[in-house]
Design a protein around this ligand. Structure first.
Ligand code: ZN
Ligand code: ZN
Length: 361
């Protein structure tokens, strides 16, 4: 069972960030950050973290839920959100407040400035987005559960994948199976991409019927306790030819090299380079058109990013994906994606599906 999320510990880490920034209070508007810091899972609200007990501002729909989910916060009801925030700032005596620049809109900042005339506002970039990057044991338990649900769903859907069945039907079956097994929803719109469609990294499943000789890319995930799983399996339908085997082996090798490069203290761009070098050297570099992975948690894509330019450093307890791929227009694509936990000993693979080339249908 997941232990109780330690929201007090998370808030104290945010306060340390606040002290370094010179701001007196931090206005959090990102709902995932609010959930992370308080436990509140509603669809609107604001959180003000300063010196005293964090103030969770909600509208009338959420007072009961907020009091229940966020015992560590003082719940305050607002009629107008900007007015409620301005009142809370004035009650706390705060003159300098930080905000998340990637979430705050120009409109809302304008409203806040009009309502709280004495407050100076400052963006607290980057770091505020990565407060969630290192996961605690309760978060890892939620991610593992999401993975277990997703894996079970794919296993029960595999029998339905055969020539003549269209992509959309497989996607619907898989999402239904995830919901039946307890998922709060899919992590994102499930990708079922067959044959030439699999050469589009973000293909939408359509009416194309799966055929023998296709690569079939299945990129899917489930949400449990607010946490996301994310995995890509690439199958071959019917019979694998030499070309399938060679391309798959190349991507799998890139995936394995990236996994081997994972350990605390390593730059994310170096993990990306480990995968990219393999694909570059085989002459397919331009066909690997995305980053090697991303953090996974309350958002399906979160810090850190594993791209060629990422200066982020891996830390013990981060949950990230490793997902190199190559995409050959007109023929097909291969992506191999696992979710892993960064441990002192290196990458610990959390996803459960075998990444050996599997022929199905
Ligand atoms: Zn994915
Ligand atoms: Zn992913």
């Amino acid at each position: 069972m997941p232990d109780k999320p330690s929201t007090a510990h998370r808030v104290s880490r945010l306060r340390a960030l606040l002290r370094r920034s010179g701001a007196e209070a931090f206005l959090i508007l990102d709902l995932k950050n609010i959930r992370y810091l308080t436990g509140f899972s509603g669809s609107d609200g604001a959180l003000l973290v300063g010196a005293g007990k964090p103030v969770l501002l909600v509208d009338g729909r959420y007072t009961t839920q907020a009091a229940k989910e966020a015992p560590g916060a003082r719940v305050v009801l607002y009629g107008d959100k900007a007015t409620g925030i301005a009142d809370a700032l004035s009650a706390g005596g705060y003159g300098k407040a930080g905000f998340e620049p990637s979430v705050m809109t120009v409109d809302f900042l304008g409203a806040l400035k009009r309502k709280a005339k004495k407050v100076r506002w400052m963006p607290l970039p980057a770091e505020s987005g990565s407060i969630r990057a290192v996961k605690d044991s309760s978060e890892i338990a939620h991610i593992r559960k999401a993975i277990r649900i997703a894996t079970g769903a794919l296993q029960s859907t595999l029998a339905a994948i055969r020539p003549g069945v269209c992509e959309l039907d497989v996607a619907v079956e898989l999402e239904y199976a995830m919901r039946k097994k307890g998922a709060e929803g899919p992590s994102f719109d499930t990708i079922i991409a067959s044959g030439p469609n699999s050469a589009l990294p973000h293909a939408r499943p359509g009416r194309r019927k799966i055929r023998a000789g296709d690569f079939l890319v299945v990129d899917y995930g489930a949400v449990s306790g607010g946490y996301h799983s994310d995995e890509t399996c690439t199958f071959v339908i019917g019979r694998a030819g030499k070309r399938h085997e060679k391309l798959y082996a190349l991507v799998k090798e890139a995936h394995d090299r990236a996994l081997a490069a994972v350990r605390p203290g390593v730059l994310c761009r170096d993990v990306d380079a480990a995968a990219r070098t393999v694909i570059d050297q085989a002459g397919y570099g331009p066909l690997f058109s995305h980053g090697t992975g991303h953090g996974l948690g309350l958002d399906v894509h979160e810090a850190p990013r594993l791209s060629a330019l990422s200066e982020a450093v891996l830390e013990e307890g981060m949950v990230i994906t490793i997902e190199p791929g190559i995409y050959l227009p007109g023929f097909g694509g291969i992506r191999v994606e696992d979710a892993i936990l960064v441990t002192r000993a290196g990458a610990h693979v959390l996803t459960e599906f075998s990444k050996k080339l599997q022929v199905i249908g």
